[in-house]
Design a protein around this ligand. Structure first.
Ligand code: AMP
Length: 368
């Protein structure tokens, strides 16, 4: 099958690498003109001149990036099957719609209000009481376009920092840890859930994911699966979806979803029977889904800004290195390392050791 991917970054690259093994062919279309995938036929098309050529070369289209122009994706959907459907993108591009969807589907999420000025943010913070997180409704990712308010008086300062016309103000969630669930849904509605991952961020960017997240009670796993199943069924979803959540005393609280393969699922390349990338390609090409069980406790460490001494990492017998072929730049995701171990304690030592070899990587202070 000829598969077209919208976006040509590292996610497109890893989808292609896994999909080639299934015998598919790949074209990647990047409307930003900055595609770095380095595999498949890449159309870097900031001027929009090669869309027809790309489409003529594809049987089915998917995406690896949610900040795509919606009208472009809707236009493509008139010519080719697009999975997941463009409406999944629409929700994920706008926090107002996304949060309203969670609420309407009975998916637990932080109380929120939509605000469109500093005065409205101040009034909402007053009504909500306590600490509030304000987030731009569109274009926010990796913690950008956000501010935490300790009191309503801080709204005047915070509003210009968020830098948008519409934002949501939501209650700060006192969470124990951040978790995510990645799931795949096939064209026949078949579902496959990966075990939950525990995610550790540093300066707003994911640094470490540990999967399966330890000490997850069955009722928590059930709640996560229920939430993501509800979303996928509602959206008629085909492909991989990720849902980021907070773990609290009252159970899980959904934060946001991503309509694509997700950084917190990269561990599955070495730690699970079938990777999230292969399962996404299986789903969009109408194949049965693969087993999602984890082999062993796994830790994924992101390589950000600098790659470091690759040879030192490869000397460690328990590391699996994935580089994206990108040049070094501050804050840029350049690759990741997956580490497997027989026990959580061994995983902790291995991840601590690996992190200590990476330039600019924070210490791995996690305890199982
Ligand atoms: P987001 O862009 O929504 O993923 O938020 C980025 C990060 O900010 C999350 O990973 C959390 O660490 C933190 N955060 C976001 N929303 C909240 C909230 N309502 N309460 C507490 N922390 C939050």
């Amino acid at each position: 099958m000829k598969i077209g991917i919208l976006g040509a970054g590292q996610l497109g690259r890893m989808l292609t690498l896994d999909g080639l093994r299934l015998g598919h062919e790949f074209s990647l279309y990047d409307p930003t003109g900055k595609g770095s995938a380095g595999v498949g036929t890449v159309y870097n098309d900031a001027e929009g001149e090669h869309l027809e050529t790309f489409l003529n070369d594809t049987d089915v289209v998917t995406y690896e990036f949610e900040h795509l122009p919606l009208d472009l994706v809707n236009r493509i959907a008139m010519e080719k099957p697009v999975h997941p459907l463009p409406r999944a993108l629409q929700y994920c591009q706008n926090r107002t719609l996304e949060k309203a969807l969670f609420r309407d589907l009975g998916i637990s999420t932080a109380p929120f209000e939509v605000v469109d000025s500093a005065a409205a943010l101040q009034a909402a913070t007053q009504r909500m009481g306590g600490r509030v997180v304000a987030k731009s409704a569109t274009d926010g990712y990796d913690g950008k376009g956000q501010a935490v308010l300790e009191s309503p008086e801080q709204a005047a300062d915070a509003w210009p920092r968020i830098g948008c016309n519409t934002a949501i103000a939501e209650s700060f969630v006192p969470f124990h840890r951040e978790l995510s669930i990645v799931a795949a849904r096939g064209q026949d509605g078949e579902l496959a859930f990966y075990p939950l991952a525990e995610n550790i961020h540093h300066q707003g960017i994911l640094r470490f994911s540990i999967a399966p997240a330890p000490h997850i009670k069955p009722e928590l796993e059930d709640q996560a699966q229920r939430m993501i199943r509800t979303l996928m069924n509602e959206l008629g979803y085909v492909g991989v979806l990720a849902l980021e959540m907070f773990e609290t005393d009252e159970g899980l609280v959904a934060n946001e979803m991503a309509p694509r393969v997700h950084n917190s699922g990269h561990w599955s390349q070495n730690g699970a029977v079938t990777s999230q990338f292969e399962n996404h390609i299986r789903a969009v090409s109408g194949l049965p889904l693969g087993e999602t069980a984890a082999f062993q406790p796994t830790c994924m460490i992101n390589l950000i800004s600098e790659t470091g001494r690759v040879a030192d990492i490869l000397k460690l017998p328990y590391t699996h290195l994935h580089l994206y072929g990108k040049s070094e730049r501050l804050g840029r995701k350049l690759g990741h390392i997956n580490i497997l171990a027989d026990s959580l304690e061994e995983l902790r030592w291995r991840a601590m050791n690996t992190a200590s070899l990476l330039p600019g990587c924070p210490d791995f202070e996690w305890r199982p």
